[in-house]
Ligand binder design. Sequence first.
Ligand code: MN
Length: 227
Amino acid sequence: MSENVIPAPEVHTIPTAGGGTFPVRRVYCIGRNFAAHAVEMGHDPDREPPFFFQKNPDNLDASGEFPYPPHSTDVHHEIELLVGLKSGGTNIPLDQALDHVWGYGVSLDMTRRDLQGQAKKMGRPWEIGKAFERSGPVGPLIPASDIGHPDQGSVTLLVNGDVRQEGDLNQMIWKVPEMISYLSEYFELKAGDVIMAGTPSGVNAIERGDTMEATIEGVGVLTVKVV
Ligand code: MN
């Protein structure tokens, strides 16, 4: 029997509404999944094939605080539906995709927009803009057995009480079953994988001391202080 030569890293977990924890395996994030957001970022809103990037499991953070990250002066909020999978597979048919969902939550895809912009311009990967420490504030995952599979409902982000982002889950270009099915054609999905489902328009910069209040109707409210 072989032994680890270094201490095994902990499996990262996020809280669930019932008081349990959800172990996170991978974090897939879709880009430009709301037409109005695609337009504000300078892109065509037409339905082209979806694309994904990843954050690291331990970037997800349920502390309620977001430490302003280093090497950026333009950090943006992106409110997103979080989808947690209880099972997976490859080539999952569309009509079976939702059977793999354990639950849903409210999350923020925090972005060092200046570094992401430089990376885009140079044809480089996005991790430096997207996958930094505590870049994914999350609220508790709520089981689908309690709330069903939300496919409509308002998505609202306030900063210090002012509305910054507003949309509706029904405006998502790629729906949750489509994202699961598509991802499973390219990757083997497994229990613990989560998907951040894209953001409506209105992304903007935050500053230290700001309070972000992210609400997805039918899912929950996530309040995060920028420190
Ligand atoms: Mn995003």
